[in-house]
Design a protein around this ligand. Sequence first.
Ligand SMILES: [Zn+2]
Length: 182
Amino acid sequence: MTNNYLILVNKTHLCSYNDFKIIKVNSAYNPDAYLEEVTYKAFLKLKDFVKKEGYDIEIESGYRSKELQEKIFNETKEQKGLEHTLKFVAKPGYSEHQTGLSVDFCLKENNKFYVDFEMQEHPVLKLVADNADKFGFIIRYPKGKENITGYGYEPWHLRYVGEVAKIIKEKNITLEEYLEEV
Ligand SMILES: [Zn+2]
């Protein structure tokens, strides 16, 4: 494996290191957002593309430290229970957000932000899913692949992988399946 943008972090692969350059980013939603540098530049291009189609997306969540992941896990558990939490939130150390290569985007419409499930079936989700690969992103947790990724469908969770995104989309596979093939 030469491209470290293909690093695999999931329920069985711990994010044990992070060599990426993490930078503070602009987000109207989250004033304390960080991302890996190349991922951020790619996201800005995607955001621009989406804007031209008439929608406004922002970074809801980017890089997370192990401590922040722990906080999110515990808060979600308190609010929504353990079963939901295990389906949608990684345990500390096992979150892809710890790489800085993952972006949860949210939608801004009429001066209101719509976060994860609040977007429901909004057309922006399809627009992003159809075009994210052009900017190096994949929908990391697609519908119907829960048994492979270990997570429920999350159309807002993008993962930067670079050029490989086109192959993953075309073959309709997950990052796990792609890495298995190569
Ligand atoms: Zn996420």
